[in-house]
Design a protein around this ligand. Structure first.
Ligand SMILES: [Cu+2]
Length: 512
């Protein structure tokens, strides 16, 4: 049998790594004591039947002891920071009672769920005002995956995510459950939410002070809302579900000893086949699941996960039983529908930097539909990053769908991006072709997931048209309505309102 190939590069254009940017904030190793890694608890359903699940999700403020000294003021879902992990069982109808206990408007976006937009999807057209609630119902019909919830009010998504409004969710299905993979949540199946923050006076975050239109970053890694974490390893094999929940930072992941690991899943499905690797790059909003085999270590050893040369998590090895389970070579049969010959390739350009960011030459407008596409039809989309190299990598995300990467500048996709995705990183000057289809109708946003780029206008929206109801009208909000709400809630006149994304429109002389 031929020796299995082990991937030992990050694939992406090194000249585009964010550390080449003038405003780059390098990660620094925290000097504070190590803390046990916070494992978000599983959100308990209010009720579950054979066919339905009911949840309540509350956006709220809180404070957390992140560093020695003063607690940090944070936002979270059903807790002080980030969220509890929500479980969605495929085939069930989900009822979510969304509650806003914050002092300002927010939305609850299910990143990665193929559910109708714009309301259930929870983008900018589905505001929940302070003290109010909204009920959404949707059916889960997609493969097992690690998806996430985050705030998405335009143009202040980035600031709300920075405050802590992000949480993981696991879609379960029978196929994944039938495979011999670790899934004892919290023991050998661990979400790893990768973020970064800058701590100002009294250990507080100050989004405005840190603002950068190319993405806000901080020097301190924050993993599942823990600074300088360790994790106690009690099983030989551990499944890590990485989510890059940072506003702009890519993480270049690798372990001490160049420990080999196996990627088993991407954003929205298992990979068709496992991929062995020693290095993994994850860009904003992407999810990558790996299995790490600690079999060669003994109790007392420590294995460190790094990004570049900065430690993120220390895995402390304890006693464990030998585990000879093999990862199956066939994990997932990706659907491969033929593109509709009547639909031309649809071109999307990711343009500009700083305040000049745009998509197809335009900044996002909430009440403008940029494109229409028929329900269930399959179309090739060509996503181009028009920044010449060296420029930034833009992680391109679509709501409401799972797409497939089919080529990069005419070449085969990277081996670890086969399977279903909702976010794909596009190198400077590169064309990435993806196969797009929607199984639900509605209005959906698509954008760069460097969140300040999205707030700054590198975003558009499409209407997926159901031929059975081609004239369906959607009530679209506009930026001004949301911005007036922010001004009122912050008790400032409109001309003194500051929301990160507004600057990008103002500096370009554009109406919102
Ligand atoms: Cu971008």
């Amino acid at each position: 049998m031929a020796e299995e190939k082990v991937i030992n590069d990050y694939f992406y254009d090194e000249a585009a790594y964010d550390y080449h940017d003038g405003g780059y904030v390098p990660l620094e190793e925290p000097q504070t004591p190590q803390q046990p890694l916070n494992i978000p608890g599983l959100l308990k359903p209010d009720k579950e039947t054979a066919t339905d699940m009911y949840y309540t999700i509350v956006a709220q403020t809180g404070e957390v002891q992140l560093l020695p000294g003063k607690k940090t003021k944070t936002w979270g879902y059903n807790g002080s920071l980030l969220g509890k992990t929500v479980v969605f069982k495929r085939g069930k109808t989900i009822h979510v009672h969304l509650v806003n206990h914050l002092s300002e408007v927010t939305t609850f976006h299910w990143h990665g769920l193929a559910i109708p937009g714009p309301i259930e999807d929870g983008g900018c057209h589905a505001p929940v005002y302070p003290g109010e609630s909204r009920d959404v119902t949707f059916k889960i019909d997609q493969p097992a995956a690690f998806v996430w919830l985050h705030a998405h009010p335009c143009p202040s998504t980035a600031e709300q995510v920075w405050h802590g409004l992000a949480g993981g969710a696991i879609v379960q299905d029978d196929h994944e459950a039938s495979l011999p993979l670790p899934r004892n949540y919290g023991v050998d199946d661990i979400p790893i939410i990768l973020q970064d923050r800058r701590f100002h006076e009294d250990n507080q975050w100050d989004y405005r002070a840190d603002y950068d239109p190319d993405g806000v970053a901080g020097p301190t890694p924050m993993i599942n809302g823990t600074i300088n974490p360790y994790f106690d390893v009690t099983t030989q094999k551990v499944r890590l579900r990485f989510l890059d929940g940072a506003n702009r930072r890519e993480f270049r992941l690798h372990f001490s000893d160049d420990l080999e690991f196996t990627q088993i899943a991407g954003d929205l499905s298992l990979l068709p086949h496992p991929v062995k690797m020693t290095k993994l790059l994850i860009t904003c909003a992407e999810r990558q699941e790996i299995i790490v085999d600690f079999g060669k270590y003994k109790p007392g050893d420590v294995v460190t996960l790094y990004s570049d040369d900065v430690p993120l998590v220390r895995f402390r090895i304890h006693e464990f039983k030998p585990d000879h389970t093999e990862i199956p070579q066939d994990l997932f049969e990706a659907p491969d529908p033929a593109a509709d010959p009547d639909l031309p390739v649809h071109h999307v350009t990711l343009d500009g930097m700083d305040e000049s960011v745009a998509m197809n030459g335009k900044k996002f407008k909430m009440d403008r539909i940029d494109y229409k596409m028929p329900l269930h039809k399959v179309q090739i989309w060509d996503i181009e990053n028009t920044n010449p190299a060296p420029g930034m990598i833009h992680p391109y995300h679509m709501h409401g769908t799972a797409f497939e990467v089919i080529s990069r500048d005419g070449h085969a996709p990277y081996p670890n991006e086969l399977g279903l995705k909702d976010t794909v990183a596009v190198n400077p000057g590169e064309h990435v072709r993806i196969k797009v289809w929607f199984n639900v109708a509605g209005v959906f946003m698509y954008h760069c997931h460097i969140i300040e780029h999205e707030d700054g206008g590198m975003m558009a929206q499409l209407q997926v048209v159901d031929p059975a109801d081609p004239d369906k009208q959607y009530h679209l909000m506009n930026h001004m309505t949301l911005m007036k709400a922010f001004a009122e809630e912050r008790h400032v006149p409109m001309d003194q309102l500051w929301l990160g994304g507004m600057e990008s429109y103002k500096k370009m002389g554009m109406e919102m």
